[in-house]
Write a protein that binds this ligand. Structure first.
Ligand code: ZN
Length: 170
């Protein structure tokens, strides 16, 4: 059993201890991205280590998951693999934004605690497509519209041979 990531930590204390947090978030645990992914998605696994980089607390490691999204065009599922190389500078003072170490993304928190699950979900949210779509949908679609509210009745499609038939009759 993997540990949950639903924990609050003191980033400064964790950094001084060089603490590593590893665990998983399952679909029912999700608070931010639950509506963006399918319930059949696999758990989001993370292995993150706090340390210090100059005066910054940094959080580095990996977040990975095999998620399932719904295609906006055909409504079938899309396998979406998440593999994020995490390099976050963690701070509670926005004035530090201007002196962020190179290659690190900012992770600002309020109060004195950092919610690990929020950090993990926010990172995954950044890589999710705004509108999930297959590159090529598995089933053929009407080319006239990709809007899911648009339905084309197959009976309304004109059969070109029918048109030819009616021409011949004249
Ligand atoms: Zn599709």
């Amino acid at each position: 059993m993997s540990k949950t990531l639903q924990i609050q930590v003191d980033p400064f204390l964790c950094a001084s201890q060089e603490r590593t947090i590893s665990g998983a978030l399952h679909y029912p645990d999700l608070m931010i991205i639950q509506h963006d992914i399918d319930p059949s998605s696999g758990p989001i696994e993370a292995n993150l280590t706090f340390s210090k980089q100059g005066k910054f607390v940094v959080l580095t490691g990996r977040i990975s998951a095999n998620l399932v999204l719904q295609c906006a065009a055909c409504l079938e599922s899309i396998d979406f693999i998440v593999d994020i190389n995490v390099k976050l500078a963690v701070f509670d003072d926005e004035s530090m934004l201007s002196v962020l170490p190179d290659d690190y993304e900012p992770c600002v928190f309020e109060g004195d605690r950092l919610m690990i699950n929020e950090v993990v979900e926010s990172e995954v949210l950044l890589v999710l497509p705004d509108i999930p779509r297959h590159e090529v949908c598995p089933s053929a679609l009407p080319t006239s519209s990709t809007d899911k509210d648009f339905t084309l009745e197959p009976e309304q499609k004109k059969n070109p041979f029918e048109a030819l038939e009616s021409l011949k009759k004249h």
